[in-house]
Design a protein around this ligand. Sequence first.
Ligand code: SF4
Length: 304
Amino acid sequence: MRIGVPRALLYYNFRPSLEYLAQEKTAEIIISSATNNKKLEQGLALCDDEVCLPVKVFMGHVQSLLADVDALFVPRVISLEKKRYICPKFLGLPDMVRAGVGKIPLIAPAINAAWSRHRQLREVERSLKPLGKKRTKLWEALQGAAAAEKQQRRQLAASLDRPPRGKRVAVLGHAYNVFDEYLNFGILKKLSQLGVEPVTVDTFTPGQIDQGAVGLSKDLFWSYGREVVGAAFYCLHSRAVDGVILVASFGCGPDSLITEIISRRFAESSIPLMSIILDEHSSGVGLATRVEAFVDMLNWRDRT
Ligand code: SF4
């Protein structure tokens, strides 16, 4: 059975695990290729206008896989941490896929950190049933994938402690906005070309994010939103970066809230903040110009 994994949304949060599983060949896992204009067009055709850009892109990836796979991996993610949740769009994702592209078998385990370990394992086991005997092997491979994930996080977490190579800028936002080069016109590469070291949310340890999030008057119950706010506030206290670029999506409720919270706090600080909103009409030239101007301003501050 060939299982398709769309290279979109939470793929970017669990990339080491998913790539490990694809290499293991326990099951035939096919990850869709990078986002391109065709996938975006396909996603736009399958979604309402009100839907956020990352979900439109996800649907484009789903469409691109249909001809090559027997089933799609679309987990129904409710919560990844106790008493915290992620955007409800992830809860409804399997239903959106069914409504959008019709009858394709889905491997759609519900993931809920509020459940006991036993109940969660039963749910994963149930969702892997279509794989027959292979599911035991896949289950073993999942343990290896979790180890690969931990290893990558450990490596990244050390980078903030190293002296920066030139200027250092935190590019903060959902992983699918920050790492999808088509959506953000290669902002990380652009910064590197300008001699700036970009760091992203996964560079911050959970401890640093908690330290930053202490500055909130009320704890945020959105897991990923809290990570972004925690990392941004940590930058304010630690002075670990020279500037912060926030990357948000048009049409995203959680992003509009966290952009506002962060902007208000940075308005009282001397660390420069630039916020970028991505939508399907964004221009690569416009974005490159803004990034260049931001870096020029950081360099100019050093000279005055
Ligand atoms: S958090 Fe925002 S960008 Fe992400 S899926 Fe939800 S609405 Fe879309």
